[in-house]
Ligand binder design. Structure first.
Ligand code: GLN
Length: 469
């Protein structure tokens, strides 16, 4: 059932929200072995459902009554643990709500719990979590993707109908692809980052997972928009996304491009065939599809990892054992030892790797050679998109070069893990919106997605495309 069907059923009294929530909680209980939730809001959730059921009876329920949302544990929910999948914040309780959470709950969405993720959202497999790996429901020996892997799993297995994740380089789209659900990354600044724990501030955005584009549209229209608490949130008006879904594209109205650099060797054959098949469908629907070029694509991964690690090394400075969470040693430890031991014990290997890489590229001797050069490369990547969008309205690519890999397969090979972001990180470098839509299954029955990248603030277009892809 999509949200519209749920809301109609609730209004007609066919079922109650309490029953729906109970069903989700049962599903969560049955699938505990997937290791999806870090904190489950059991009791509170049922009480909230009862309250909203009474509001429904008097026609007073909010726009999102019927939305049951799991939240990646990098987004703040007041009075609940906010661990970021890290030991260093394993005992930290949030003092306030993220703006997105505030807006969701005001409209009667129910937050069902906080879900697992790679530590501080750094990873592509969910294996870098202090709370253990989350498993892919299609094949439990495989990863669900990351870093918002558990968000994707929670939606794919009907533990909820919406999940909020976060994106710095593909962390919503890649797990959406690996788990067979839809995942939207919005234009940079479209959703407030207030209450989203910072990884790389000039890249980060909140993203939305669901099975239906209608549900994503409904949630987006509530959580998007300017927020005085986030100076990078933008003033542009928020579209009425769910109504815009009724506007069907007329044949010939839009042009699609596929970047030749994204269709090279190394992509799983079944994914390639699946995407080519989708391109044929787009043509049959009456739209032009042409080859385009994003000439600086080969620099995306290097640029992304240099810049995000630099920003991360600065953002993660604040975890010093004084202000937040875990503290090593005892009252007799000297201050310096306390700092060092807290960070050595509190952070996992991947986070340490990024901090080291980040401080290195920012250090006096290497700043020009790496950080500054990467900033210039970012500008060229942005320009590639600006040029491409003069010719076409939407860009089609595979979301990932492969389907879900085995747990443990890439954990000791960071470079091969990083290469999973090869098709997704460019949209974050350029700040443009992009969506991953389920596109089929490989020969082993593992799902994969197709990615559509749009012009800034054209989230509506991306959601409308889901209808014919
Ligand atoms: N996999 C990417 C990384 O590890 C993306 C992470 C993200 O989008 N949060 O940096």
């Amino acid at each position: 059932m999509n949200l519209h069907e749920i809301q109609t059923g609730l209004a007609k009294g066919k079922f109650t929200l309490k029953t729906i929530v109970r069903n989700y909680l049962n599903t969560i209980e049955k699938n505990k072995d997937l290791n999806v939730f870090i904190t489950l809001f059991n009791k509170g959730t049922i009480d909230r459902a009862e309250e909203i059921d009474s509001k429904t009876k008097t026609g007073k329920a909010g726009k999102l009554a019927g939305c049951i949302v799991s939240v990646k544990d990098v987004i703040a929910v007041k009075d609940k643990p906010l661990t970021c999948g890290s030991k260093i914040l394993s005992n930290f309780i949030s003092l306030y709500n993220a703006t997105a959470i505030e807006r969701l709950t005001e409209e009667d969405a129910i937050i069902i719990g906080k879900v697992n993720c790679d530590e501080f959202a750094m990873g592509s497999s969910n294996e870098h979590s202090y709370f253990g790996a989350t498993k892919n429901p299609v094949d439990k020996e495989r990863v669900p993707g990351g870093s918002s892997g558990a968000s994707a799993v929670s939606v794919a297995t009907d533990m909820c109908n919406i999940s909020l994740g976060s994106e710095t380089g593909g962390s919503v789209r890649q797990p959406a692809s690996f788990c067979g659900v839809t995942g939207l990354k919005v234009t940079y600044g479209r959703i407030s980052r207030y209450g989203l724990v910072a990884f790389a501030s000039s890249f980060d955005s909140i993203g939305i997972f669901a099975k239906s584009n209608y549900d994503i549209a409904k949630v987006l229209e509530v959580i998007a928009g300017y927020d005085e608490k986030d100076s990078t949130s933008v003033l542009n008006p928020v579209d009425n996304y769910s109504e815009l879904l009724n506007n069907k594209f007329k044949s010939g109205e839009i042009i699609f491009g596929y970047p030749k650099e994204y269709f090279t060797e190394g992509i799983n054959e079944d994914i390639l065939k699946g995407i080519q098949h989708k391109i044929e469908l787009v043509k049959k629907a009456g739209f032009e599809v042409k080859e385009i070029s994003l000439p600086h694509s080969e620099y995306v991964i290097q640029t992304y990892y240099i810049l995000t690690s630099a920003e991360a090394s600065s953002n993660l400075e604040r975890y010093d054992g004084i202000r937040y969470g875990y503290r090593a040693g005892n009252e007799d430890s000297n201050l310096n030892d306390m700092y060092i031991n807290t960070r050595s014990e509190g952070f996992g290997d991947e986070v340490k790797r990024r901090i080291m890489l980040g401080t290195y590229v920012l250090s006096a001797g290497y700043y020009d050679e790496y950080y500054k050069k990467a900033q210039k490369a970012r500008r060229l990547i942005v320009k590639d998109f600006e040029n491409a969008f003069k010719e076409v309205d939407y860009i089609i690519t595979p979301t990932t070069p492969n389907t879900a890999f085995k747990i443990g397969e890439k954990i000791d090979n960071p470079l091969s893990m990083y290469l999973n972001d090869i098709f997704t990180a460019s949209a974050n470098l350029a700040g443009v919106p992009a969506i991953s839509i389920p596109a089929g299954f490989d020969r082993n029955g593992l799902p994969f997605g197709i990615q559509i990248i749009g012009k800034k603030f054209n989230e509506a277009g991306l959601l409308r495309i889901c209808d014919f892809l």
